[in-house]
Design a protein around this ligand. Structure first.
Ligand code: AMP
Ligand code: TRP
Length: 335
């Protein structure tokens, strides 16, 4: 059987939260045991919106530390910083020439991020998805673990791969990558509003659990989280109609081995105080050690530098082989 190649990335743009963990990073650590894995810190993506340089540096170390703290093993997986492998930017240019304006115009994330201000955002924000396609195709990755907000970008990546293969009459050159999205926890919602996504940019810190939150903060945030005015219902169907409760149950399943039905059966008919206590305990057990480990690793920048340096070297070697093939297919002369 052919080994799969897995690639994913996280932007170094602020504190990582439970949505990043459950939607993406938790799966990275699981997938590394069976597959060839590359996990990058996508700093080129981060600067599509202005980043203070010192903050960007710090956040890049922090995502590296979070990868390690969440169980990514630098012996099994390649951890690297996107800007240090120049092939990402080089392939992105070529893919910009494949990708159609109409395709980019349909991207909902761009519409959300640019809002009413679309004339005044960077052109990098508009072409962001072609850089993401380059990240994936530069290693001929076949599987991409992400939260569901990235599904459309993955579909675009497949369209770009297919058009490249067709235009250059190179059938099967780029594989068409599959998203790996775990249904229930692929979109973790805000603790304050079950209809909006948990996000780094929400102004309320009470809307999310950060991976660096300590025990007391986690307990406080769950205590304050929104539930419902009626007791826990008896069926999944009814829970689905209560977005905040549904979200907390999904989170609970993500940090324990309980199924959704197990939890509904256990707390059916009760108000939410026991449920919240038990959920806090489970979160503290899972998340607090990750925060402690991130803080510890952040004190040893030279170790984090070494991890990135070694990863970059490996990623560069892999990427150069594919980029060379691409240049050749496109008709660039290497004299
Ligand atoms: P970002 O922080 O935007 O670079 O996202 C990194 C990864 O976390 C991506 O795979 C996202 O899809 C995922 N992600 C971000 N927010 C959430 C969320 N609220 N629920 C699930 N996954 C998320
Ligand atoms: N766009 C992704 C996000 O915002 C991050 C990302 C960049 C990515 N390149 C990638 C994810 C390649 C998967 C594969 O979350």
């Amino acid at each position: 059987m052919i080994k799969k190649t897995v690639l994913s990335g996280v932007q170094p743009t602020g504190d990582l939260h439970l949505g990043n963990y459950l939607g993406a990073i938790k799966n990275f650590a699981i997938m590394q045991n069976e597959n060839d894995c590359l996990f990058c810190i996508v700093d080129l993506h981060a600067i599509t919106v202005f980043q203070d340089p010192n903050q960007l540096r710090n956040n890049t170390y922090e995502v590296t530390a979070a990868y390690l703290a969440c169980g990514i093993d630098p012996i099994k997986s390649i951890i690297f910083n996107q800007s240090q492998v120049s092939g990402h930017a080089e392939l992105a240019w070529i893919l910009n020439c494949i990708c159609r304006m109409g395709w980019l115009n349909r991207m909902t994330q761009f519409k959300e991020k640019s809002g009413k201000n679309s004339e005044n955002v960077s052109s990098g924000l508009f072409t962001y998805p072609t850089l993401m396609a380059a990240d994936i195709l530069l290693y001929k990755a076949t599987h991409v673990p992400v939260g569901s907000d990235q599904k459309q970008h993955l579909e675009l990546t497949r369209d770009i791969a297919q058009k490249f293969n067709n235009d250059y009459k190179s059938p099967d050159f780029f594989p068409l990558p599959e998203p790996y999205i775990e249904k229930e926890i692929s979109r973790v919602m805000s603790l304050r509003d079950g209809t909006s996504k948990m996000s780094k940019s929400d102004i309320s810190d009470y809307s999310r659990i950060n991976l660096k939150d300590n025990k007391d903060t986690i307990v406080k945030k769950i205590k304050k989280s929104k539930t419902a005015d009626m007791p826990m219902p008896s069926s999944q169907e009814k829970v689905t109609q209560m977005p905040e409760v549904n979200n907390l149950i999904n989170i609970f399943t993500g940090v324990t081995s309980f199924s959704k039905q197990d939890l509904i059966t256990k707390y059916e008919g009760q108000n939410f105080s026991n449920f919240k206590n038990d959920l806090s305990d489970a979160l503290v057990e899972k998340i607090a050690p990750i925060g402690d480990e991130i803080n510890k690793l952040m004190k040893d920048k030279s170790y984090l530098d070494q991890i990135m340096r070694e990863g970059t070297e490996k990623a560069r070697n892999k990427s150069e082989l594919v980029l060379k093939e691409v240049y050749d297919i496109v008709g660039f002369i290497k004299a």
